[in-house]
Design a protein around this ligand. Structure first.
Ligand code: CP
Length: 345
């Protein structure tokens, strides 16, 4: 399996075997975290992290990943440069990408929420970087996809249904019921994490239930891919619009706020309007009562969690919460991605 030089924009664009190469290596790296086998893979190499939006997990886990592979992660924001936008003159993506690629073994980019003028603009920007840079472009969350989160999610779910940390069982996920529910919240989140979760859950053979109030449709292309993935596995894909429906028989419940398709208008992200609208749906908070109707499901969330809105503390901090294991897995899957796409393996 040769993944050297590959971009990673969404897991849907990598084959199942390619995803498994990452996940198998991530599990080995988790079991033997500081083994000499890994600590020189990025020796003398730099990974550039270009962040338009804030981050805790992504920034810290990529920095730690580069360190643990013997390399270095360099942080920059758009305010550090003079980049061309629709509204102001400056350096083009072509020039920025070609120059960054002269310094680095790979480039990670995050751009979403209020930093894009319309849905899809962030993903388009990553693909423009990928066109011009001759080193891998790694999506650190754009407005459509979050592949590193999706890989950490599936690894965490497979650990919980497998033999525990570092011992995931992906076959054990086949036929399990995955419920992704919209949740009220005050953060007006992009669609990247939930869309990646739909794609990866369906790719790994799970039944998928998607629950949300009318008016919170996701990207039709992602829904079509999810349906195709389910059809290939003979699993079910259902959509419900009742906050109390869909939990029966669930094994994994993912509750997360996301913005409505009306969030971007006239080149502007209407964040406050989205938040006020979302807060009118308090019945869409994940509670212990809802979890009690599942088949002893685990709770999953990419974090940061909007506690009290998206989910109660009782569930988020409960014995079936996988959130910290999954946050940890960001480190392991990203080490594996960097090793395979940029490293001297
Ligand atoms: N899940 C995730 O990407 O977290 P951050 O926004 O903190 O990076």
């Amino acid at each position: 399996m040769d993944l050297y030089g590959r971009d990673l924009i969404t897991t849907q664009e990598w084959s199942f075997d390619e995803l498994m190469a990452v996940l198998d290596l991530a599990a080995k790296m988790k079991r033997e975290r500081f083994s000499d086998r890994w600590t020189s893979i990025l020796k003398n190499k730099t990974f550039i992290m270009f962040f338009y939006n804030p981050s805790v997990r992504t920034r810290l886990s990529f920095e730690a990943a580069a360190t643990e592979l013997g390399g270095h992660a360099q942080f920059m924001t758009p305010s550090a440069g003079r980049f061309k936008t629709e509204k102001k003159a400056g350096e083009t993506i072509e020039d920025a990408a070609k120059v960054m690629a002269r310094y680095a073994a790979g480039i990670g980019i995050r751009i979403l929420e209020d930093k894009v003028p319309y849905y899809g603009a962030g993903d388009e920007m990553l693909r423009e970087f990928a066109k011009w840079a001759d080193v891998p472009i790694i999506n650190m969350a754009d407005d459509k996809f979050h592949p590193c989160q999706g890989l950490a999610d599936i690894m965490g779910w497979a650990e919980w249904y497998g033999e525990g940390p570092g011992r995931p069982d992906y076959d054990a996920l086949r036929g399990k019921k995955f419920v992704l529910t919209w949740a009220t919240g005050a953060l007006a989140r992009s669609w990247c994490s939930v869309q990646e979760a739909l794609l990866i859950a369906s790719r790994f053979g799970m039944h998928v239930t998607l629950a949300y109030p009318e008016g919170y449709d996701l990207d039709p292309q992602v829904i079509e891919w999810t349906q195709q993935n389910c059809a290939e596995h003979g699993t079910e894909f259902e959509v419900v619009h009742d906050p109390n429906e869909g939990y029966e028989g669930a094994h994994i419940v993912y509750a997360r706020n996301w913005m409505s398709p009306n969030a971007y208008r006239d080149g502007v992200f209407h964040k406050e309007e989205e938040i006020q609208k979302a807060l009118q749906y308090p019945e869409w908070t994940l509670t212990a009562e809802k979890m009690a109707r599942t088949d002893n499901a685990i709770f999953t969330h990419p974090m940061p969690v909007d506690r009290g809105n998206e989910v109660t503390d009782e569930v988020a901090s409960g014995p079936r919460s996988a959130i910290y294991d999954i946050a940890e897995n960001r480190l392991h899957v990203q080490k594996a991605i960097m090793a395979l796409t940029m490293g001297n393996l």
